[in-house]
Design a binder for this molecule. Structure first.
Ligand SMILES: Cc1cc2nc3c(=O)[nH]c(=O)nc-3n(C[C@H](O)[C@H](O)[C@H](O)COP(=O)(O)OP(=O)(O)OC[C@H]3O[C@@H](n4cnc5c(N)ncnc54)[C@H](O)[C@@H]3O)c2cc1C
Length: 490
C-alpha cells in the first residue's frame, strides 16, 4: 500500500472538498497524484496535497471557496497537455481538474454559437457542430486538449493563419474567481460594452480564475478544401515559397513547414510515403468557394514549383488529405522515434525573417553539437524547434535547455516573441524580462491583483518575480486620492 501524502494541516480542507465532490473524486494518495505531477513539459514535477475533480460549476465554486477560506493556492488543470508547465501543481496546494466537466450545454447553430463546459476537448466542439459548422482553432493536440486549457493559453493551430486564435472565437466565459465568486465575462454576443475583461482572461494561464463555461463562435464549413504538400531542397527555398504565396494575395487556410529531421521522424510514424532526406516539406491548404479555391490552388502549385519544388503532391481525396495532416500532427510525438528526449520550443518571428532565423538555429545546433528539428506554423512565423537530447547523459538536458533559451534570444533579436501559443507557464517566466520592462510587468501584476488579490490562482506562473498584491515598486508616495480616503492600494 502506497502511503497517503502527509496531509499537513490540510486535513480539514480535504474533508470539506470530499463533502463537495464526493470521496471518490478527491485524490490524496501518492500513486494517484503522480498522474498529475507534470503537464506535457515533463522536466517540472510537483505533487499537490490533493487533486479534486468537480463535476459542475457549483462544485468548482465550492472547492475554490474552501481553498480561499483556508488560504491554500489552487491550480486549474484540463487535459495536462500544456507545454510550458502551466498546470504544474503547487506542492501542498490543490489541483482542480476539469476532466469530468465534458458537457455540451447549448447548441445554437442559427446564431453560430455553442456553449461547453471547460473539460470538453477541442475536437469535440467541431464534432458537436458538424457537419455544417466547425471550430477553427485546431491545436495539434486537439484530440486531447480541453477548451478550458485552450482559453487559458489562447491556443493556436494550423488554421489560425487564416481564421485567428482562440481569442477570436470566445465570446463569453463563466469564471470562478479566486474568492469563489462566480462571474460572467462577455456573453453570447461579440464585443459587449465596457472594458474587455474577457480579452484579459483569454491567455491568462489560470492566474485570473477558473473558466467553468465557455461560449464559442463557430463558422460554416467551407464549400471546398484543397490540400497539397510540396517538397524542397531546403527550408530556405520553402520559406521563399511561403513569402511568395502570401505576397501574391492568397490567404491559405494553413501553411505548415517541416524540415529534414522532422520529415524523417514523422514518416517513421505516419508512413505517408514522404521522401526522407528532402530539406523541407510545405503543407498548404486552401478553403473557400469552389471556383476561387481551384484558381488559387493552381496559383499556389505554380508558386511552389517556381521556388524550386520538383515534387508537389495534391491530396486526391479526404483520406489522403487526412494522411498529410496526420504526418504533420505526428511531428512532436514522432521525435521520440529519433531521440530519447526533446524540448519543444515555441517562439514567434516576423514571417519575413524565417530564412535568417532558421540559419541562426542551424548555427546554434552546430555550436552545441545537438540536433534541432523544426516544425512550424510558417504562415504565422510561429516556430517550434525541437531540441533533441539524451537525458541519460550527464549535463545534456541542461545544455539542451540552454540551447533552447538561445533560440528564443534569436527570435527576440529578429523582433519576435518568447511564445506563440504554448504560454509562459513556469518554464518561460525567466524570459519575460527580456521582452518586457519593469513598468510592463508591474501593469500585468496590477491586472492580476484586480482579479486575484490573494494570489491563490496558479501562483508562481507567468510572472518572473511574483509580488504580493499590496506591494508597489519604488518609493511609496501617498496619492492625494488615498489621503482623501477615496482610493486605496490593492
Ligand atoms: C503533441 C502536442 C501538440 C501541441 N500542439 C499545439 C498547437 O498546435 N497549438 C497550441 O496552441 N498548443 C499546442 N499544444 C499545447 C497544449 O495542447 C495547449 O496549450 C492546450 O491548450 C492545453 O490544454 P489542456 O487542456 O491540456 O490544458 P492544461 O495543460 O491542463 O493547462 C494549461 C493551462 O491552462 C490552465 N487551465 C486549464 N483549464 C483551465 C480552466 N478551466 N480555467 C482556467 N485555466 C485553466 C492551467 O492552469 C494551465 O495554466 C500541444 C501539446 C502537445 C502535447
Amino acid at each position: 500500500m502506497v502511503p497517503e501524502v502527509p496531509a499537513r494541516d490540510l486535513a480539514p480542507l480535504v474533508a470539506e472538498l470530499r463533502a463537495v465532490v464526493g470521496d471518490e473524486w478527491v485524490y490524496t494518495h501518492e500513486h494517484q497524484l503522480r498522474t498529475y505531477e507534470s503537464d506535457g513539459l515533463l522536466q517540472y514535477q510537483a505533487i499537490p496535497a490533493a487533486a479534486v475533480l468537480p463535476a459542475t460549476s457549483e462544485q468548482v465554486q465550492a472547492v475554490v471557496r474552501a481553498c480561499a477560506r483556508a488560504d491554500v493556492p489552487f491550480v486549474a488543470r484540463g487535459a495536462g497537455s500544456g507545454l510550458s508547465g502551466g498546470a504544474l501543481p503547487i506542492a501542498d496546494g490543490i489541483l482542480i481538474v476539469t476532466s469530468r466537466m465534458k458537457r455540451v450545454l447549448e447548441l445554437d447553430l442559427a446564431n453560430q454559437r455553442v456553449c461547453v463546459e471547460p473539460g470538453v476537448t477541442n475536437i469535440a466542439v467541431s464534432s458537436a457542430v458538424a457537419p455544417d459548422f466547425f471550430y477553427p482553432p485546431d491545436p495539434s493536440s486537439q484530440i486531447v486538449c480541453s477548451i478550458g486549457g485552450n482559453v487559458a493559453e489562447n491556443s493556436g493551430g494550423a488554421h489560425c493563419f487564416k481564421y485567428g486564435f482562440t481569442t477570436n472565437y470566445v465570446c463569453g466565459l463563466e469564471v470562478v474567481l479566486s474568492d469563489g465568486e462566480l462571474v460572467v465575462l462577455g456573453g453570447r454576443e461579440l464585443d459587449p460594452p465596457g472594458y474587455d475583461l474577457l480579452g484579459a482572461f483569454v491567455g491568462s494561464e489560470g492566474t485570473l480564475g477558473i473558466a467553468t463555461k465557455v461560449w464559442l463562435r463557430v463558422v460554416p464549413v467551407p464549400e471546398s478544401v484543397r490540400t497539397l504538400v510540396a517538397f524542397f531542397d531546403s527550408t530556405h527555398a520553402a520559406g521563399e515559397a511561403v513569402s511568395e504565396i502570401v505576397q501574391s494575395g492568397v490567404v491559405p487556410g494553413a501553411i505548415e513547414m517541416m524540415d529534414k529531421v522532422a520529415i524523417e521522424a514523422s514518416e517513421q510514424m505516419a508512413h505517408a510515403g514522404y521522401p526522407v532526406g528532402r530539406g523541407a516539406a510545405l503543407l498548404v491548404e486552401l478553403d473557400g468557394a469552389e471556383q476561387e479555391c481551384k484558381t488559387r490552388f493552381d496559383q499556389v502549385v505554380a508558386l511552389c514549383e517556381r521556388c524550386g519544388s520538383d515534387d508537389v503532391r495534391v491530396a486526391r481525396d479526404e483520406t489522403e488529405r487526412q494522411l498529410f495532416w496526420k504526418t504533420r500532427k505526428a511531428a512532436f510525438p514522432a521525435m521520440g522515434r529519433i531521440s530519447p528526449n526533446y524540448f519543444v520550443q515555441d517562439g514567434v518571428i516576423p514571417r519575413t525573417k524565417l530564412p535568417e532565423v532558421l540559419e541562426a538555429i542551424d548555427a546554434l545546433a552546430a555550436e552545441y553539437g545537438m540536433v534541432v528539428a523544426n516544425v512550424f506554423h510558417a504562415g504565422d512565423g510561429n516556430l517550434h524547434p525541437l531540441v533533441c537530447f539524451d537525458g541519460r547523459n550527464a549535463g545534456e538536458a541542461e545544455r539542451a535547455e540552454e540551447l533552447s533559451g538561445r533560440i528564443l534570444d534569436a527570435c527576440l533579436e529578429a523582433g519576435g516573441s518568447i511564445t506563440g501559443e504554448h504560454g509562459v507557464g513556469v518554464d518561460k517566466k525567466k524570459h519575460m524580462p527580456k521582452m518586457f520592462g519593469e513598468p510592463d510587468l508591474d501593469a500585468f501584476q496590477r491586472l492580476r491583483c484586480a482579479f486575484d488579490p490573494a494570489g491563490l490562482a496558479n501562483p508562481g506562473k507567468v510572472m518572473p518575480t511574483p509580488r504580493l498584491c499590496g506591494e508597489v515598486p519604488g518609493v511609496y508616495r501617498q496619492h492625494p486620492l488615498e489621503a482623501a480616503g477615496l482610493a486605496e492600494r490593492f
